[in-house]
Design a protein around this ligand. Structure first.
Ligand code: ADP
Length: 161
């Protein structure tokens, strides 16, 4: 059976938390699609195209990993691609409540779509794109939390590079 999975998110920008999930789980599927979601009117630090480039550079060695972007419902993207699996990462129990609601809503919208939850590596639990941007804005060192290309892009957005 040819099994594809979607790993959707904002990835604004990608962190070592996201990359860890991709590294650990991509090999379990034939095709692993990192799906960058973007919504009109929402404020992102990076455009969807910029996020796509940043992720692609970090997954180029994983042959079955594709990076795509989509504005709209993930359930619609899954339907058009005939994909019935969706992956979400849980940072311990913190994400459980909101991620459960999201999974249930996706199931209500598309009964074939199953969500698989995977646990973040404990040492990366504290990483979120939001916090990284906040730390960088205030001059903190983010090199432990994001890949080098992401760090350089954040720093140049803030005019520190
Ligand atoms: P969204 O806005 O859709 O939550 P994110 O880019 O914040 O998008 O996250 C995308 C996915 O990656 C989500 O499943 C989220 O739980 C997971 N994720 C985010 N940060 C980490 C991390 N540090 N470790 C593991 N998974 C993470």
């Amino acid at each position: 059976m040819n099994k594809s999975i979607i790993y959707p998110g904002s990835f604004d920008p990608m962190t070592f938390g996201h990359l860890d999930i991709i590294k650990r789980f991509h090999g379990h599927y034939d095709e692993f699609i990192v799906l960058i979601s973007y919504a009109e009117g929402k404020n992102y630090m990076f455009s969807a195209e910029e996020r796509l480039v940043l992720i692609k550079e970090n997954v180029k060695d994983f042959k079955n990993v594709k990076v795509d972007m989509f504005s709209g419902l993930t359930t619609e993207y899954a339907k058009t691609k005939d994909i019935t699996l969706l992956l979400r990462g849980l940072r311990g129990s913190v994400d459980l409540e909101s991620e459960t609601s999201l999974a249930e809503m996706n199931k209500a919208l598309s009964s074939e779509l199953e969500t698989q939850f995977v646990l973040s590596s404990p040492s990366l639990n504290c990483i979120s794109s939001r916090l990284i941007k906040e730390i960088a804005k205030n001059g903190g060192d983010i090199s432990k939390f994001v890949p080098p290309n992401v760090m350089n892009s954040i720093l140049s957005k803030y005019g520190n590079n």
